[in-house]
Design a protein around this ligand. Sequence first.
Ligand code: SF4
Length: 503
Amino acid sequence: MEQRQYIDNMLAAESGTLHQFGKRDIVMVYPSPYTVGMASLGFQSVYRDLNALPDTCAERAFLPSADIFDQSWKTLLSFESKRPVGDFSVLAFSVAYELELQGLFHTLELSGIPVLREERGEEQPWIVAGGPLTFSNPTPLAPFADIIVMGEAEGLLEPLLEQLFGCEKRSDALRVLAGLPGFYIPSIHGECLPAVAKAPDNLLPATSVICTPHSALRDMFLIEVERGCSRGCTFCVMRRSTNGGMRLVSKEKILSLIPDEVNRVGLVGAAVSDHPKIVEIVSDIVDSGREIGLSSLRSDRLTPAFVQALKKGGYKTLTVASDGASERLRIGMEKKIRARHLLNAAKLAGEEGVPVLKVYMMIGAPGEEDADLDELVALCLEQDKMAGPKTRIAMGLAPFVAKRNTPLDRLPFAGAKTVERRIAYLRKRLEPRVELRATSVRWAWAEYVLAQGGSETGLACYRAWKRGGRFVDYKKELKPFDKSSEFQENLAQKHLAGLFASA
Ligand code: SF4
């Protein structure tokens, strides 16, 4: 589709678009398609915060999806003014996870900007990166970004713009930012990461600015009910130690911030259902005639009243996570969920008439054995029985990927063959009674290598993208950086240290 036409179509369907004027011009780039970017509360919230700063104009741009991309996209344009992205003074990328690096390369190339930092001169725009990836390991971004904003960006925006627009020489701006908390300057810090920033409590909660039917969360007003998580799952970058645990927003504040005209409300946070007043909040919203969505549900928090409220708010799929295939693995990874909670979730979904219960599971977790899968099969069949004929059990399977900044850092990837064999085994034992959906094992391996890598791995990813971006290209370039065999010893040591305790 012709690019300008596409942008006009999207803008016509939006409500809340901001059109600011200011000398400090920034384009926020989401390196995934519009539908994904507009469902990101962090992206929307920074868009509002930037536009609220004096003399500042922040616009948006997205990676074109394959179905709309054609020859008319010779130069990527911003949404608000259809200005070429490469003409802005600052490009600010929000990067959610490792494989979005490809989107960053693509959007930079489409904008006519050299992808490698060392090939850019003073006349090129600043390239800034931030987003969820910075909570674990942003070093693969180092060869491409001038500045990386670590963690929660809200309190860092004005200091950042002061330097980017206030310093005459780039080197001066970088030097000043390198001395401030929350800014990772690869050209100065190398691979030594500063700590992630924590936004002041008075800047919470984030709320969405734009509603659109073309978001993955169609026409939904998003509001943060809490930030962080007080639980301690050892594989998760959001665990309590990352950024001070869970910060709550009061029920009164949440309800007061929902605009009258909104019909669908999305409650966002890493541990939404751990909010002590969550049932009251959900009930008040659905009693006002609105639909509801929660970004995270824990099965040990489900009660009949809670599930009834969710059903009344339009829930057709109840989604919870088990992560470990067996009780032994869940205990080992400090996942507080037990088999009884997962069975109770199935029972409640069945009793309240929720059509689907979806359970997320990691395959190939450290210490996982065939016996753990047999326990998982038995649990799923029991869930299916307890849910009854009107509720279907579905399982989302994803390979375990060890992340930096977690206790399971530096553990090996189980291996594509092993994980594929285990998924095939589960399919044989469970389908068609239980529906199984698995993410790509091969791409999970690429994610793993990047998650455990540094700037050299980022460069390898860039070479793979330039070769054509097929998996075979990534395999060739990333293979030398796979540290799985080196990390086998860590696995053995953690076993000995009792990290994977027996139930
Ligand atoms: S996996 Fe979920 S419950 Fe566990 S620490 Fe992460 S966000 Fe919290």
